[in-house]
Design a protein around this ligand. Structure first.
Ligand SMILES: C[S@@+](CC[C@H](N)C(=O)[O-])C[C@H]1O[C@@H](n2cnc3c(N)ncnc32)[C@H](O)[C@@H]1O
Length: 287
């Protein structure tokens, strides 16, 4: 048996070169809660609390030292107030994506009749599941090329008690111009596709680069808007007239994205910044 407080000190000593003190404490408290059911408050009230099975938290410390994100160590994270399982096959949902979800919910919360939503590149399912949870009139579909990501997304739909129809497909595959028949076009298409150019790799943190799936992150330098162009093209056949297209975007390509949406005859185009004042999302209405 060892005092949990001592383990907290070990975390600080071993990780101080890699993370700020507050973040290390956050890691420690998340792990203490997940592995031993001991909350931050309990530890504050009973500072001499002891634990058995020390290896489990020391293993996690080892992984943190190797740069593994805490979300993958715990196997879960929170997104839009909901719990999501994550593993190495899915991107860890980001706070900026919560802002995109929020934007869509604000636009459709008063919708009185059923409407159809498609999330392209669903990964953990964070966008699709959050929309299904918060927009009861939405019939949500979610597509990904990765079978392993879809398995995780399905689990997340079950975990959060929502219905999402999952589709395994490659959006870049030119054969499927029409996913649905004309009578079943979508009212909303949303996507947070891979948008990091290979040239931006050098700017990225090692823990992202070495742990998160590259299929979820990267696009060729030669054609950084490849996914966006393909999805605009796809929208011509699969989005209803006046249907809305929402994208999360690369902060450096906001103006290129406006031009792209104009080229595809979208109207009411709106570019929106995230809380860090970076161009992060765009929407357009199909005409
Ligand atoms: C940036 S991640 C977004 C994941 C999730 N929607 C989110 O916001 O956290 C991009 C997703 O697109 C998927 N993807 C990559 N290439 C694809 C393709 N050609 N067709 C369909 N999905 C693709 C990846 O598997 C990954 O899950």
């Amino acid at each position: 048996m060892r005092m949990l407080r001592e383990v907290q000190n070990t975390f600080q000593t071993e990780l101080h070169a890699m993370y700020p003190k507050k973040e290390i404490d956050n890691f420690f408290f998340m792990l203490a809660e997940a592995y031993y059911g001991i909350s931050r408050l309990k530890l504050a009230l009973e500072s001499d609390v002891k634990i058995e099975n020390l290896e489990i938290i020391l293993n996690a410390l080892d992984l943190l030292k190797k740069g593994k994100p805490i979300q993958y160590i715990l196997g879960e994270t929170e997104f839009f107030g909901l719990l999501f399982k994550v593993n190495a096959h899915v991107l860890i949902p980001r706070p900026e994506t919560e802002e995109l979800v929020d934007w869509i919910i604000a636009a459709f919360k008063d919708q009185g009749s059923e409407f159809r939503v498609l999330d392209i590149g669903t990964g953990s399912g964070c966008i699709a599941v959050s929309l299904a949870k918060n927009l009861p009139k939405a019939k949500v579909y979610a597509l990904d090329v990765s079978n392993k990501a879809l398995k995780m997304a399905k689990q997340n739909a079950e975990l959060n008690n929502v219905e999402v129809a999952f589709i395994e497909d490659n959006i870049l595959n030119p054969c499927h111009t029409e996913l649905v028949s004309a009578s079943h076009k979508f009212d909303v298409i949303v996507s947070n596709p891979p948008y990091v150019r290979l040239q931006e790799k050098a700017l990225m943190k090692g823990n992202v680069l070495n742990n998160e799936p590259h299929v979820a992150l990267f696009v060729d330098d030669d054609d950084p808007l490849l996914f966006y162009k393909t999805i605009c093209e796809f929208s011509k056949a699969n989005l209803k007239e006046n249907g809305k297209l929402f994208f999360e975007i690369n902060e450096y390509l906001g103006h290129d994205m406006i031009d792209l949406l104009k080229d595809y005859n979208f109207k009411d185009i709106e570019l929106k910044q995230d809380i860090f004042k970076k161009d992060r999302m765009i929407k357009g209405v199909f005409s």
